[in-house]
Ligand binder design. Structure first.
Ligand SMILES: [Zn+2]
Length: 472
């Protein structure tokens, strides 16, 4: 047993062994959002995947330090700030807040650190200075500082660890100021961008004059500052593999700060793309959704999380509204079963059933085979429902099953059934309706039932009294 993960560096599934000699502490870095807009559902797939990795590590007993950066300065942000006429921090603060709210709505564990690029300029400048001293970076006539791929390779270092690059076709001497470029236009990339009039009030002093950092260097500076020059896991969407992650490796390993024989990152993991309604998401096709768009359609963060977690992270996944309906009924099946177990357990507590926990969690050990785990979960639900129908589960057994589910849910994070959390306002209406019925005021009782229905709740009469249940 033990966790095995596909490492993009070696392109093979490897046993996960932390760098920490005690085998306990794990450093995890996930490339975070660029806060210039609301994150879309494709972005969210990557963040939920990051949460699954973290929860899996914690399930295996590791003490994880999870860092997710906030890119709060880049080309796109500066353009938007100019359009709005406000300040950089007013603009990015709004989207950062929204991002963290959405992350919580998707039941993702909060990263331990969410460093902002603009608050790490000295660390970024230090890193660039070190690269300049070591001969891997230079200031160009445009005033910006670039990373020299030729010098780096000349020193025996490898550029192209995650993706295969054809250096024969590389146009030497060419530079790219833009943060995003294709493999075919491989060139020296910007570490520090000299101030231009379009930057407005967004600039910082540096040994190379006023300017701002490039996007790639932000992640190198913040990850190494918070997790050390060499750490365990670095995650992102597959679109970040090149150039972002390749540049991060070059900048970080170019400092020579890693201990002998260690790399900047031991395991790189990449999540696959998302299609929406069978096509690449685009605003013009009408299949572009932010989390907020989906919540406005009546879906919960929990349902969206569940759907995003049904496919393996390396598979292209087709996200559909129909799939969300399916997610809703799957979760209801879980909720009903757990709800019944709760009634039987009636507050009794018991330890988890280790064999059951193992059976449900085992598929995840194989590079997070989540479909295997869901298959096992629903098999277990079927079996439990059969026993419930036979009335053959004793309170202590129910309590043990609940404790086991809680452990598994520590990884899946679909959380408590929403029906279990009944708002006080609804509870008050249910009580008023019961009182009306008792007083044989059926007009009042029916009126209250309709009011509950209008608010999305129905009353179920059970042997233990009336219970509010959310309408699907
Ligand atoms: Zn990054």
């Amino acid at each position: 047993m033990g966790l095995k993960l596909l490492n993009t560096l070696t392109r093979s599934v490897q046993d996960f062994v932390p760098l920490d000699p005690s085998g306990k502490n794990v450093g995890l870095y996930c490339c975070g959002p660029t806060v210039y807009d609301y994150a879309h559902i494709g972005n969210w797939r990557t963040f939920v995947f990051g949460d699954l990795v973290r929860r899996s590590l914690e399930f295996h007993g590791y003490n994880v330090r999870h860092v997710m950066n906030i890119t709060d300065v880049d080309d796109k942000i500066i353009r938007r700030v100019k359009e709005t006429g406000g300040t950089l921090s007013d603009f990015t603060g709004k989207f950062e807040k929204a991002f963290l709210e959405d992350l919580a709505a998707l039941q993702c564990r909060t990263p331990h650190h969410t460093p902002r690029a603009t608050e790490h300029i000295p660390a970024i400048v230090d890193l660039i200075s070190r690269l300049v001293q070591r001969g891997f970076a230079y200031q160009a006539p445009d005033g910006s500082v670039y990373f020299s791929i030729q010098k780096y390779r000349g020193a025996g270092c490898c550029y192209g660890q995650l993706v295969h690059l054809n250096f024969e076709e590389m146009r030497t001497g060419e530079r790219v100021a833009n943060d995003e470029y294709a493999k075919e236009s491989l060139a020296d990339f910007a570490l520090w961008k000299a101030r231009v009039p379009e930057d407005g009030a967004v600039f910082w002093p540096s040994p190379w004059g006023e300017g701002r950092p490039g996007w790639h260097i932000e992640c190198s500076a913040m990850s190494m500052q918070l997790l050390g020059p060499s750490f365990d896991l670095h995650l992102g969407g597959e679109d970040l593999m090149f150039p972002h992650h390749e540049d991060e490796i070059a900048q970080s390993e170019g400092t020579g700060l890693q201990p002998e024989g260690q790399r900047f990152v031991k395991y790189w993991m990449h999540g696959a793309h998302l299609l929406v309604e069978g096509r690449k998401m685009s605003k013009s096709l009408g299949n572009f959704f932010t989390l907020r768009d989906l919540i406005a359609k009546g879906f919960s963060g929990r349902e969206i999380r569940y759907l995003l977690l049904t496919a393996h992270y390396r598979e292209t996944f087709n996200f559909t509204l129909e799939g969300l309906q399916g997610a809703r009924s799957s979760l209801q099946r879980i909720d009903e079963c757990i709800g019944k177990l709760r009634e039987i357990a009636a507050g009794e507590t018991a330890g988890a059933d280790d064999a059951l926990v193992r059976q449900l969690s085992k598929p995840l050990e194989d590079d997070l085979n989540i479909s295997g785990t869901w298959g096992a979960v629903f098999e277990w639900i079927r079996e439990t429902n059969r026993k419930l129908a036979e009335n053959s589960i004793l309170p202590a057994q129910a309590a043990s099953l609940l404790a086991s589910w809680e452990k598994i849910d520590g990884v899946l994070g679909v959380g408590l059934p929403s029906a279990a959390v009944v708002p006080a306002e609804i509870l008050a209406l249910v009580e008023a309706r019961q009182a009306a019925r008792k007083a044989k005021d059926f007009k009042q009782s029916d009126g209250l039932r309709d009011e509950l229905k209008a608010k999305g709740w129905v009353i179920e009469d059970t042997p233990k009294g009336a219970r509010a249940k959310r309408i699907a």
